[in-house]
Design a protein around this ligand. Structure first.
Ligand code: AMP
Length: 187
């Protein structure tokens, strides 16, 4: 079962992704974490993306698409993919379809965790203190939210027409969201 968790930064995608990983014995694909890792390791990609990441801008489709390619074609991870933060642009969504088709896979569930700006600001502020994430000062948070809303509208339009698309109110408590996801999965 492959699942996409979709929604603005701070909507709780990471938390639910980790829950799903345990539940279906899956693999979390967090492009945000992969990109932060590139920066930490000071790789060539890391050097290229550090400014955009710190400015709250999206990293280029080319870089992100390249990063996820090998994971999707990995036979051990086949049909156990939990996408957290990917795709974020229409080009990424189309690339994902292509890669999945190539390896005979599809997306079973798309969960859109929808949450308003105020809730997100409160949550990310809390996470900033707990996790000490460098890209999370308040201005960056607001820029990330706006960038997200501007850029992902076409992705939302692309997915919301599909019958495996489910919108969930992301302002609910974590356990409540888990329960709602469980209801859709029926597992
Ligand atoms: P996240 O941890 O998912 O909130 O992502 C943190 C940052 O990583 C974002 O603000 C973007 O700069 C970058 N990023 C993560 N995923 C993507 C993606 N799919 N496309 C472009 N940029 C991304």
């Amino acid at each position: 079962m492959n699942i996409i968790l979709f929604g603005p930064p701070g909507a709780g995608k990471g938390t639910q992704a980790k829950y799903l990983v345990k539940k279906i014995n899956g693999f979390q694909i967090s492009t945000g974490e992969m990109l932060r890792d590139e920066i930490k390791k000071d790789t060539n990609i890391g050097k290229k993306i550090i400014n955009d990441m710190n400015d709250g801008k999206f990293v280029s489709d080319e870089i992100v698409n390249k990063l996820i390619m090998s994971i999707i074609s990995d036979p051990q991870k086949k049909n156990k993919l939990i996408f957290d933060g990917y795709p974020r642009t229409l080009s990424q969504a189309k690339n994902l379809d292509l890669l999945l088709n190539k390896s005979n896979q599809k997306i079973e569930f798309i969960f859109f965790l929808n949450v308003n700006k105020e809730t997100i600001i409160k949550r990310i502020e809390k996470r900033r203190i707990i996790e000490n994430r460098s890209d999370d000062d308040l201005n960056t948070i607001l820029r990330r939210y706006d960038t997200y809303m501007d850029t992902t509208k076409p992705v939302l339009d692309f997915y919301s027409k599909k019958e495996n698309f489910h919108e969930i109110d992301g302002s609910y408590e974590i356990d409540e969201i888990k329960r709602k996801i469980d209801t859709f999965l029926r597992v």
